[in-house]
Design a protein around this ligand. Structure first.
Ligand SMILES: O=c1[nH]c(=O)c2[nH]c(=O)[nH]c2[nH]1
Length: 325
């Protein structure tokens, strides 16, 4: 939330700026056991960008109708689109920092930029090649599945350079169903309780995952080998879901967070927002892989929010050490 030094909220900007950049820099990241992802050629590097600015100099545009310091939001959109052409990085975070820095350099009276982007995923497709099936780099399929996202606030620093005041990175709208191996039982039963205990429910969750780096430069400079790609976060989430029988979404999230913080010690924090979409059972399966019939649950839907830091890993290690002693 953009604020002036007096604490007053002040911002304006443009949303839904669709930037379809082709041939951004290729991204390479160290592999992890849970994922086949370790590189992207970034042939299509597409984003939906939201861009807002703030600064003391803009106050009179609100209080007096004085437009002399206003950069029109239409011009902001053009600025984003034109400068996207000269971005030579390979990550969403890098693109945002680059655009904000260029903007602050171009307009010295503006001293804060808050911007975010949802990556628009285009998946590569396989075609028959001389040595077997291969990914082609001409035709892509637009995906409406989960996607990477990022946001940051960039402020003009003391030496007129730009500084990251805050940042977050994310994977949005992940939807996972585990058809067996999830329970929900042992919760409070009182006069308000109608939900039966479930010992094996088809657990469908919507999940947004957010993370923050200890050093945001790791997100901007993937050549350091410490960039956390949303694809690997996605794959950790489904692997943990696959590996563990869980008593609740709350505990599933905790397990995913443990794995993320273990795999990526460069992160300071991970955060979750989940939604319970457990399928409603119409015909109960009679065990094993017997057929069942389910349908979409009816609203309202439950949700969970949780954040974790490295201290949570230490707490678990301490508990394990105590148990061993
Ligand atoms: O995993 C769950 N956590 C809850 O808190 C909850 N509440 C509920 O009705 N179903 C579930 N499932």
């Amino acid at each position: 939330m953009l604020k002036l030094s007096c604490g007053r909220t002040l911002y304006y900007g443009k949303g839904d700026v669709l930037v379809y950049r082709t041939y951004a820099g290729p991204l390479e990241t160290p592999p992890i056991p849970e994922s086949t992802f370790s590189e992207s050629r970034n042939v299509i590097f597409a984003h939906n960008v939201k861009f807002a600015v703030s600064g003391e100099s803009l106050l009179t545009s609100f209080t007096e109708g004085d437009n002399r310091q206003i950069v029109a939001t239409d011009s902001m959109k053009n600025f984003i689109l034109r400068h996207a052409a000269s971005f030579d990085g390979s990550t969403t975070e890098g693109l945002l920092a680059f655009l904000a820095e260029r903007f602050l350099a171009a307009y010295p009276h503006i001293d804060r930029v808050e911007l975010s982007a949802d990556r628009i995923p285009f998946e590569s497709l396989v075609v028959p090649g001389p040595g077997g099936y291969m990914n082609n780099d001409l035709v892509y399929r637009r995906s409406h599945n989960d996607h990477a996202s990022a946001g940051m606030e960039i402020v003009r620093g003391p030496s007129f350079g730009a500084e990251i005041a805050s940042h977050w990175c994310g994977l949005s709208e992940l939807q996972l169903i585990k058809i067996s191996g999830s329970s929900f039982a042992g919760f409070i039963r009182d006069e308000y309780t109608t939900l039966p205990e479930a010992h094996d429910r088809p657990l469908f969750i919507f999940l947004d995952l957010l993370w923050r780096y200890e050093d945001p430069e790791d997100a901007l400079r993937p050549e350091r080998g410490r960039y956390v790609p949303a694809e690997q976060v996605r794959d950790i989430a489904h692997n943990v879901f696959y590996e563990f029988a869980t008593p609740s979404i709350q505990y599933l999230i905790w397990l995913i967070g443990q794995r993320l913080l273990t795999r990526f010690p460069q992160l300071a924090e991970v955060r979750f927002e989940s939604n319970n979409r457990t399928w409603e059972t119409i015909v109960e399966p009679k065990g094993g892989d017997a057929p069942g019939v389910f349908t979409e649950p009816r609203p309202p839907f439950g949700f969970q929010g949780f954040s974790m830091t490295k201290d949570d890993l230490l707490a678990v290690r301490d508990e394990a050490a105590e148990a061993q002693a």
